[in-house]
Design a protein around this ligand. Structure first.
Ligand code: ATP
Ligand code: MG
Ligand code: FE
Length: 338
């Protein structure tokens, strides 16, 4: 089956055509970095307007690249949340319009499920259940992925997400926006042992992550050390926290593989350390290729493909959701955001 995937939850607009047998026939992406750079972060109103302008030509381009038309598509998968609501609505309403016009089923995809299932697009041997470290701009969670739509949250951040910490560190160091790749590039030129920085919750009996304390300590070190040394030491502190918390989770669950996904999974220090942890733990390690880590529509198309095969489709009046946890039961226990 052929699935059209649409993504517009943050500052990337994207359209992709993906098959249920793991072929990416086309993937198109428009970044809005230049539009948001003067503000040092994503401005929701600017993002929503840019999505409106970009999405039509991207879908057209994807159809042309794949040599297919709407008639050839079996289902339309659009991100329905979580994310900036104005942006999410653009992709979801476009998906609804195409579903209505082409008489195709609509699949409302959770953006986080898109990240979480993306490793299965490029690795056919990745089977459930697997331990997922989801590290992105808005999230830092450990989840046991038991199947499509079946997630048990083991840990989350009690304050900032890992990607958010990268972005704020980049801003404090004057490295620009978006921050993750800039911090990684600066870190390559610095000494990871040069700047003493805290590792919040390292060794803690509770399962969660925390990055706010690290961020405020970075703020105190700005100007006292080179940007490169701060970047390298910050990145090492994040890696140490991610590894410590993931090691703790590995001991608690029965998983077939350790998997990382989300924008921060594009970071080579993060990938390398997790790969080593997996080897020590006798687990397979799976990380998506770099282009599939940050936001894209191929992962939404793929999550749509998995849902389509499982028989999950959604009514045309399905709502866009600014918040949409993968494991709602876990959110009830700790409250919003935790
Ligand atoms: P979410 O998926 O939680 O809704 P998002 O969609 O904005 O948030 P992603 O696109 O998955 O986030 O990831 C973007 C984040 O990944 C940003 O915070 C960015 O700084 C970070 N990031 C991207 N590349 C790298 C890298 N090479 N090293 C570290 N962080 C990175
Ligand atoms: Mg983005
Ligand atoms: Fe994302």
């Amino acid at each position: 089956a052929l699935i059209l995937g649409l993504e517009s939850s943050c500052d990337e607009t994207a359209a992709a055509l993906v098959t249920t047998d793991r072929q990416v026939l086309a993937h198109k992406l428009a970044r809005q970095e230049a539009a948001h750079r003067p503000y040092g972060g994503v401005v929701p109103e600017i993002a929503a307007r840019a999505h409106v302008e970009a999405i039509g030509p991207l879908i057209q381009g994807a159809f042309e690249e794949a040599g297919v038309t709407l008639a050839d598509v079996d289902a339309i998968a659009a991100t329905a949340g979580p994310g900036l609501i104005g942006g999410v609505m653009v992709g979801l309403v476009t998906g609804k319009a195409l579903a209505l016009a082409g008489n195709k089923p609509l699949i409302a995809v959770n953006h986080l499920e898109g990240h979480g299932l993306s490793p299965r697009l490029t690795d056919p041997d990745l089977h459930f259940p697997y331990l997922l470290l989801l590290v992105s701009g808005g999230h830092c969670q450990l989840l046991l992925v038991e199947g499509v739509g079946r997630y048990k949250r083991l840990a989350t951040t009690i304050d900032d997400a890992a990607g958010e910490a990268f972005d704020k560190t980049a801003k404090m160091l004057g490295l620009g926006f978006p921050g993750g790749p800039a911090v990684e590039a600066a870190a390559a030129l610095g000494d990871p042992r040069a700047v003493p920085l805290p590792r919040p919750l390292l060794g803690s009996a509770e399962p969660h992550f925390s990055f706010a304390g690290l961020k405020s300590d970075v703020a105190r070190k700005v100007g006292l050390y080179s940007a490169e040394d701060i970047a390298a030491s910050f990145q090492q502190a994040v890696v140490d926290c991610l590894i410590d918390r993931t090691r703790r989770a590995i001991d608690k669950v029965d998983a077939t593989a350790l998997v990382v996904a989300g924008g921060v999974a594009a970071n080579k220090a993060v990938r390398g350390a997790l790969e080593q942890l997996a080897a020590e733990s006798n687990l397979r390690f799976v990380a998506p290729p770099l282009w599939l880590c940050t936001d894209n529509a191929a992962m939404i198309g793929w999550a749509g493909a998995e849902r389509f095969l499982a028989g999950f489709t959604d009514p045309l009046d399905v709502a866009a959701r600014p918040r949409w946890p993968l494991d709602p039961d876990a959110e009830k226990v700790r409250g919003a955001g935790v």
